[in-house]
Design a binder for this molecule. Structure first.
Ligand SMILES: [Zn+2]
Length: 194
C-alpha cells in the first residue's frame, strides 16, 4: 500500500495513523464488519494520498471480495469524476466487458453522493451498503428525490446502511472529516485567477 501523506498536517496524519491501526486490528462479528473494515481501510488510504477519504469494495454473489479501491480525485492526477465508486465501477466495466452486476454488493465507507448514485443505478449493482450515512447530504438520506426514470431503475436495487460495528461508521466519518477540508481547498484553488 502506498502511504505517502500529502498536504495533511502532522496532527491529522497522526490521527489517521491511529485510526488505521484501530481498523487494521478490528475484529467484529456483525454481518458486514469485515466488508466495512475493508471499505474504511481504503478510505484512510485515500486520505493519506491527499484524496477524499472514501473507500469502496465490490462483493460477488458468493460473498467474495472481487475489487476494492478509493477516491482518486487528486492522486495520481486530477480526475474530477474519480470518486471511489466511480473508480471501482470504471475499472470493473473496463476489465469485465458487458458483465452485469446482478447479485453483487457494493460497499462504500460513506453514503454515496448524487453523482455516484446515478452511476450505481446505471451500473445496476443489486445491493449497495454504506458504512456511515452522510445524513441529510447523501443521495439516500438527503433531500433530493430521484427523477422518475432513475427511480424506476433503482427499484431493482437495495440501498441500506451496513450492519456493522457502529465504531467503524464513526471512524469512516472521522476520516472523511479529516481530509475533506483540504480537498475543498484544492478544488477552490482551481477556481482562483492568477
Ligand atoms: Zn460520489
Amino acid at each position: 500500500m502506498n502511504s505517502n501523506p500529502q498536504q495533511l498536517d502532522a496532527a491529522r496524519t497522526d490521527r489517521l495513523a491511529e485510526l488505521r491501526r484501530e481498523v487494521d486490528s478490528h475484529r467484529g462479528d456483525r454481518p458486514h464488519d469485515e466488508w466495512s473494515r475493508i471499505a474504511v481501510s481504503e478510505a484512510i488510504e485515500a486520505a493519506f494520498e491527499g484524496n477524499a477519504a472514501i473507500g469502496v469494495l465490490l462483493v460477488g454473489p458468493g460473498g467474495e471480495v472481487i475489487a476494492r479501491d478509493h477516491n482518486r480525485m487528486f492522486r495520481p492526477h486530477f480526475r474530477s469524476d474519480f470518486h471511489a465508486e466511480m473508480v471501482l465501477l470504471t475499472a470493473f466495466e473496463e476489465t469485465n466487458r458487458d458483465a452485469d452486476l446482478i447479485g453483487h454488493t457494493l460497499v462504500s465507507s460513506l453514503e454515496p453522493c448524487e453523482m455516484c448514485m446515478i452511476r450505481i443505478i446505471n451500473a445496476g449493482v443489486t445491493n449497495v451498503l454504506y458504512v456511515s450515512p452522510d445524513l441529510g447530504k447523501g443521495a439516500i438520506t438527503g433531500p433530493n428525490a430521484l427523477a422518475p426514470h432513475w427511480a424506476r431503475l433503482a427499484e431493482h436495487q437495495h440501498f441500506s446502511a451496513a450492519d456493522c460495528d457502529p465504531r467503524l461508521a464513526e471512524i469512516a466519518l472521522e476520516a472523511f472529516g479529516l481530509a475533506i477540508g483540504d480537498v475543498v481547498e484544492k478544488l477552490m484553488a482551481r477556481r482562483s485567477q492568477p
